[in-house]
Design a protein around this ligand. Structure first.
Ligand SMILES: Cc1cc2nc3c(=O)[nH]c(=O)nc-3n(C[C@H](O)[C@H](O)[C@H](O)COP(=O)(O)OP(=O)(O)OC[C@H]3O[C@@H](n4cnc5c(N)ncnc54)[C@H](O)[C@@H]3O)c2cc1C
Length: 511
């Protein structure tokens, strides 16, 4: 988002980041085995191809390096205020500004873009007795690298995307591993491999070749949508592959039975691994399917009364998604938090803007998540939409952009009509995609290109747009040429700017 804003000539921006480095997901998730599960040629920015990926699914350190490099190369870092946790943001209609309170001070901004991440706040289940546990406890997103797992008796809670990656890494090291599984995931083979030096040479010297590889991966991934959305029965072939993966990975039939899901593949996120099943088949691993009743100082106790003595507990229990903390911090003119406005039904026009919360854009907002391909693609589509809205505002001297409630409701109804019959709501599972009422408020129910098409242009007819109010005492005509949000002066659209007079006012207008 920052790169796009800067390219459009809008340099008066500030990025508020609670951590001390850029990188988000790929800075925080340093657990052993962390890697993307969408091939790197696609899981990267369209404007910053990286010919040097070492593997088809790159490991976390490489992705983090890439993000840091992109931020540095595009001169973004100097705009970041690290150690600034946004604790509150309130829309102030009289000032036409967001007042943003952070742990590092208060800021005001005309436009507020939330890029707080779809999976940024680790969730730990509320299990009785956890605080009494005497051993070491941590979440996979805050890995305790100072805690040596050699020979330990370890409980892993959860069998989602992170656990599937770190369990095979820690299994050979730990003494005993108890894996507490609520629902088994479907796990497909992972076609990971080194990217060879000749390939890297080609990608470096023939950028079109990398673009072609990216395009091929994109369309391969999109084909899943036919099964997810249009005909879940098509997923049978994919399920066959997952069953094969289970059969070849686990010899013990009793264990296989525990690990075989009873819902349609795709209903929960499909996972990729060649070594998860073989790791579970090792003698030092016990897959426990009985629910956890409580923690005791030295044990996890399951509902059948069995005490599992452990000295370390690792939660691979995912993130706050349908209850994203940022929604509790964004408040409208009356002070009502977005989380309260939403209740358990997150909605946003085009997954990005929300009635009652003017000049706010949410990246990775409601119903923009994916189960099959690169989230970065969706985020870039939202960025394009946000830029189109800002450009429209600049061109037309509009200082307040707010979706109409009826337009947002129509859009949401349409999304949920599309959602009917998809594998996520009809596949017979409970997942983090669903809210407490079983409504899928997280995923986009279609092809990602459909979303990109719908966000390509700004749609002013769906918005309340308030013309700029002239400064007191000045007739509107007197303003002409004296300012605007873009560096180029009044009404100059992004990329068409001049520098000069407008800049001073731009500063106060945007921040
Ligand atoms: C382990 C893991 C693996 C993943 N693998 C894939 C994958 O293979 N493919 C895929 O498409 N997606 C994957 N994802 C999803 C991933 O989150 C997105 O692809 C993408 O990284 C989101 O980028 P973002 O910038 O929106 O959010 P993030 O990368 O989460 O960044 C959000 C930033 O906002 C900051 N922040 C949050 N709240 C506040 C606040 N109140 N104040 C100040 N700063 C705040 C955070 O510190 C963070 O730096 C994965 C997620 C996880 C957790």
């Amino acid at each position: 988002m920052a790169v796009r804003l800067k390219r459009a000539g809008l340099h008066d921006l500030v990025l508020l980041e609670r951590a001390h480095e850029v990188g988000g997901t790929w800075r925080d998730n340093t657990y052993p085995g962390a890697a993307c599960d969408v091939p790197s040629h696609l899981y990267s920015f369209s404007f910053a191809p990286n010919p040097d990926w070492s593997r088809s699914f790159s490991p976390q350190p490489e992705i983090w390096d890439y993000l840091r490099r992109v931020a540095k190369d595009h001169d973004v870092v100097r705009h970041v205020r690290f150690g600034h946790d946004v604790t509150d943001a309130q829309w102030e209609p009289a000032a036409n500004r967001w007042r943003i309170t952070t742990t590092g001070g208060v800021f005001t901004a005309q436009f507020l873009i939330s890029g707080c991440g779809p999976l940024a706040d680790p969730a730990i289940p509320d299990i009785p007795g956890l605080e009494s546990f005497q051993g070491t406890v941590f979440h996979s997103a805050a890995w305790r690298h100072d805690h040596d797992l050699t020979g330990r008796r370890v409980a892993v809670v959860g069998t989602g995307a992170s656990a599937v990656q770190f369990v095979p890494e820690i299994q050979p090291v730990v003494g005993e591993l108890k894996l507490f599984q609520r629902t088994p995931p479907w796990v497909l083979p992972r076609h990971d491999r080194d990217i060879t030096r000749p390939e890297t040479w080609v990608y470096r010297n023939v950028p079109l070749a990398q673009r072609a590889a990216r395009t091929a991966i994109y369309w391969g991934r999109e084909s899943y949508v036919l099964g997810f959305v249009h005909n879940p029965r098509l997923m049978k072939a994919v399920e066959g592959l997952a069953r094969f993966n289970l059969r070849r990975g686990v010899r013990d039939p009793g264990l296989r039975a525990k690990l075989l899901p009873d819902y349609t593949i795709g209903c929960k996120r499909m996972l990729l691994s060649n070594d998860y099943y073989p790791a579970l088949d090792r003698p030092n691993v016990d897959v426990v399917t009985e629910g956890i009743a409580e923690f005791q100082p030295d044990a996890v106790v399951t509902r059948d009364g069995v005490r599992h003595e452990v000295d370390t507990v690792i939660f691979g229990t995912g993130f706050h998604v349908t209850d994203s903390p940022i929604a509790q911090r964004l408040r409208d003119a009356e002070g009502v938090a977005l989380a309260d406005r939403w209740g358990d039904n997150m909605t946003a026009l085009r997954g990005t803007t929300v009635a009652g919360y003017p000049n706010l854009f949410m990246l990775a907002g409601p119903n923009t998540g994916l189960g099959h391909t690169s989230q970065v693609f969706m985020i870039e589509a939202q960025i394009a939409y946000t830029m189109a809205a800002l450009r429209h505002a600049a061109r037309n001297r509009i200082d307040r952009v707010e979706p109409r409630a009826d337009a947002q409701a129509d859009y949401t109804a349409w999304v949920h009509r599309k959602m009917r019959g998809t594998v996520w709501v009809s596949g017979g599972c409970d997942s983090w995609y669903l809210n407490d009422k079983g409504r899928n408020t997280t995923l986009w129910p279609g092809f990602t290109w459909e979303y990109a098409l719908r966000t390509r242009r700004f749609d002013p007819q769906r918005y309340h747009l308030r013309p700029e109010v002239p400064p007191a005492g000045l007739p509107p005509a007197a303003q002409s040429g004296t300012g605007g949000r873009w560096a180029g002066g009044a009404g100059a659209p992004p990329g068409e700017g001049r520098t000069g007079e407008g800049h001073t006012r731009q500063k106060e207008a945007v921040r």
